[in-house]
Ligand binder design. Structure first.
Ligand code: ZN
Length: 260
């Protein structure tokens, strides 16, 4: 269950997905913007996508590495929580608590609370619970009992299949190209354009995520939420708690939005 990868120790942001490509689809633009701004962003895939209809775990691993590079991520980590049967018990909590205490991110981006794919909702529960328990000194984990407690300051959930009323929308227009390059790395999973410029829809087996309609819908959704904030492309996020504004002057920086 130990997280593994080529991670350096400290990360500012940890973006977590149930399957390779979840983070890129849900919040790839935000990840790219944070990396461009100089923050150290790690990607954590809770499974290797071994139960996917298309693509082997090895193939998806190669794609995930290339996608992380396209977004400017500093590290790619994995936990083997079980694709298609994602577990969120004590062992999985311990493993994720270890990652959080080792890398100490202030911001966690993670799966949506409830979704078409049951793994996504289970992954949300795992991430939310581990973020809390990681800050409890009394919760000691067997593999690394000496790691100091650490609770991320914020956990925002990105949108996947099912829509929700967002708590905030990030203008990702400046990172839209980087997000598309990351999605283009997932040749086994995601529609890659018509044959002149890409592979088109793979013949078999058909998947929803691999369809042209899905990729167009992802762009349409980003355009919809962009429109809501006066931008071309937006990524929506949900927060269980209200988003705090510590300095009222920040409100001026939140424009556009509101009435325009
Ligand atoms: Zn997924």
């Amino acid at each position: 269950m130990n997280g593994e990868g080529d991670a350096p120790e400290a990360l500012d942001v940890l973006a977590i997905g149930a399957h390779p490509d979840d983070v890129e689809l849900g919040c790839g633009g935000t990840v790219a913007l944070l990396a461009q701004a100089g923050h150290r962003v790690g990607l954590l895939h809770l499974t290797r996508g071994e139960a996917g209809t298309r693509g082997t775990a090895e193939e998806r691993g190669t794609e995930a590495r290339a996608a992380a590079d396209a977004l400017g991520a500093a590290a790619v980590l994995y936990l083997d929580c079980g694709d298609g049967r994602l577990r969120h018990g004590t062992a999985e909590e311990d493993a994720l608590i270890g990652v959080l205490r080792r890398h100490r991110p202030e911001l966690v981006l993670g799966p949506t609370p409830s979704d078409r794919h049951p793994d996504h909702g289970r992954a949300h529960r795992l991430v939310a619970d581990a973020c809390f328990y990681a800050g409890l000194a009394a919760r000691r984990i067997p593999d690394a009992p000496d790691l100091a407690p650490h609770r991320p300051a914020a956990f925002f959930a990105y949108m996947q299949h099912d829509p929700f009323e967002p708590s905030l929308v990030v203008d990702v227009t400046a990172a839209w190209d980087a997000k598309q390059r990351a999605l283009d790395c997932y040749e086994s999973q995601i529609y890659q354009g018509e044959p002149e410029g890409g592979a088109g829809e793979r013949d078999e087996p058909k998947t929803k995520v691999g369809s042209r309609d899905f990729r167009l819908a992802m762009e349409g959704r980003a355009r919809h939420f962009g429109l809501m904030i006066g931008a071309t492309y937006g990524e929506p996020f949900w927060s269980r708690l209200p988003v705090a504004v510590g300095d009222a002057g920040t409100l001026l920086g939140l424009l556009p939005g509101g009435v325009r």
